[in-house]
Design a protein around this ligand. Structure first.
Ligand code: NAD
Ligand code: UDP
Length: 337
């Protein structure tokens, strides 16, 4: 049986493909390469360059491989862009989920039965919570997304909820907090050409790409005035997906899990950790707040820990940033495409 990884050429998807292969799984990747890279997926893996909204392509993939489960990473995922282009986000994210669930229903046990593709693990986001009333955030806390990106992720979760009840599909929705770092040997990492994430932007300073890091606001009600986030190491996140797959294989009911370390770090603490990890001076300049940034986002991941047995291993910010630095310093131009 094989696992279909949609969006497997992206940052998180490619690390998951690697983890799946290391666990002896057969993997099939589908990606339209909008933001992903062919070179991030090993040559030996069966790769379909195409769109998850292409129903005929999904039928072809599901008819050609004994797909048992889908891990769905495809999305447009830039908050600011989502405010500017909400329909792109609803079309690609929500439309992509609809297309995928329809294909699973057509090809699953209740459909043509070509393969029992009845399990899906989904990349959700802390963005579904919006501005939290309290932290750490629990899965059942209020969901009030503050931008179309977060709203699209919530709509995708709700779509899975209703479809699973009717069509015998079970799902795990993993709400990631801030994913960071690179594969431990520095051979793969984050390569977003339109980079907005803090850690790669900080590392652009020692790479010589920018002369300082902009700190988006130092007047938040936090210990040093800068925003606090919960950074989770990419390989720990990938381990969470393997556990989610096992949970579904063991017959687990559809469920939602936060994936975060449970510890919050401020932007200034991340810069300090990057100075330590790289041994370089990293100048900062305070800039205006970024619209829609909550002051503190920290996960309560007790459910993932107790139900899935998930335990993040790399929790030192210096170590997480050091892994990213190994990747960026050895691949200053990212992947070769
Ligand atoms: P990414 O952009 O690197 O990966 C997304 C991949 O999906 C890319 O390879 C892209 O080419 C592909 N894709 C997009 N639309 C597609 C479509 N219609 N058909 C086929 N392929 C398509 O992003 P990432 O940082 O790896 O994030 C992966 C997932 O995790 C996303 O769903 C994102 O919303 C979610 N997420 C990420 C973070 C984070 O910190 N990076 C946090 C929370 C949630
Ligand atoms: N941030 C910053 N400067 C940057 C990029 C990000 O100060 O150049 C801050 C941002 O305001 C947020 C935190 O770093 O508080 C993490 O931002 P990122 O975009 O990485 O993730 P998000 O929390 O938005 O998902």
């Amino acid at each position: 049986m094989a696992i279909l990884v949609c969006g497997g050429a992206g940052y998180i998807g490619s690390h998951n493909v690697r983890a799946l292969l290391d666990h002896g799984e057969e993997v099939v990747v589908l990606d339209n390469l909008w933001t992903g890279h062919r070179a991030a997926v090993p040559e030996a893996v069966k790769f379909y360059e195409g769109d998850v909204r292409d129903s005929a392509l999904l039928d072809k993939v599901m008819a050609s491989h004994p797909i048992e489960a889908v891990i769905h990473f495809c999305a447009c995922s830039l908050v600011g862009e989502s405010v500017a282009k909400p329909l792109l986000y609803f079309n690609n994210n929500v439309g992509g989920m609809q297309s995928l669930l329809e294909a699973m229903q057509r090809n699953g046990p209740a459909g043509r039965g070509l393969c029992p593709v009845d399990k899906i693990v989904f990349s959700s986001s802390a963005a579904v919570y919006g501005e939290p009333k309290h932290v750490p955030i629990l899965e059942d806390d209020e969901k009030r997304p503050t931008n179309p990106y977060g709203e699209s992720k919530r709509m995708m979760e709700l779509m899975m909820h209703w479809v699973s009840r009717r069509h015998g599909i079970r799902y795990v929705s993993l709400r990631y907090f801030n994913v960071a770092g690179a594969f431990h040997d520095g051979s793969m990492g984050e390569d977003h050409r339109n980079e907005t994430h803090l850690v790669p932007l900080i590392l652009q300073v020692p790479l010589g790409r920018r002369d300082h890091v902009a700190i988006y606001g130092d007047d938040y009600p936090t210990k040093d005035g800068t925003c606090i986030r919960d950074y989770v190491y990419i390989e720990d996140l990938a381990a969470g997906h393997l556990l989610a797959l096992k949970y579904l294989r063991d017959g687990g009911e559809s469920q939602i899990f936060n994936l975060g370390s449970g510890d919050g770090y401020s932007v200034m603490e991340m810069v300090s950790a990057a100075r330590e990890a790289t041994g370089r001076d990293i100048p900062v300049e305070v800039a205006p707040r970024r619209a829609g940034d909550p002051a503190r986002l920290v996960a309560d991941s007790a459910r993932a820990r107790s139900v899935l047995g998930w335990q993040p291993k790399v929790t030192s910010m210096k170590d997480i940033i050091a892994s990213a630095w190994r990747w960026h310093s050895s691949h200053p131009n990212g992947y070769p495409d």
